[in-house]
Design a protein around this ligand. Structure first.
Ligand SMILES: [Zn+2]
Ligand SMILES: [Zn+2]
Length: 107
């Protein structure tokens, strides 16, 4: 399924949110991030809980990975996206459904 989030063409969700430059990436420079990974990756796909991110915000780039959602060093971006995705999911589903599908509530 397509992402349920509105994103402009060429946009990294976090760059746009943080109002960082650049605001447009060519498709080859954007990566698809499944907001709930590991055992929940398939469910993320099924419900469209995924976003396009630039390399810097996804796994890190030559500047390092402190701003990346997959950084081994803890930052708040991954958790922030999970809470945001759960809120969006709960616009059309119950919290109990969320728990059953994604293990636990993050809100
Ligand atoms: Zn970005
Ligand atoms: Zn990812």
């Amino acid at each position: 399924m397509k992402s349920i989030f509105r994103q402009a063409e060429g946009e990294c969700y976090l760059c746009a949110l943080l109002e960082q430059m650049p605001r447009y990436y060519p498709p080859s420079m954007l990566e698809e991030h499944h907001i709930f990974g590991g055992p929940y990756r398939k469910a993320s796909e099924k419900f469209g809980l995924k976003l396009n991110l630039c390399k810097h915000h996804h796994t890190g780039d030559i500047k390092g990975n402190k701003d990346a959602v997959h950084s081994p060093d803890k930052n708040d971006y991954g958790d922030f996206l999970m809470r945001m995705a759960q809120s969006k999911f709960e616009e059309t589903h119950s919290r109990e459904e969320f728990r059953q599908i994604f293990g636990k509530s993050r809100l």
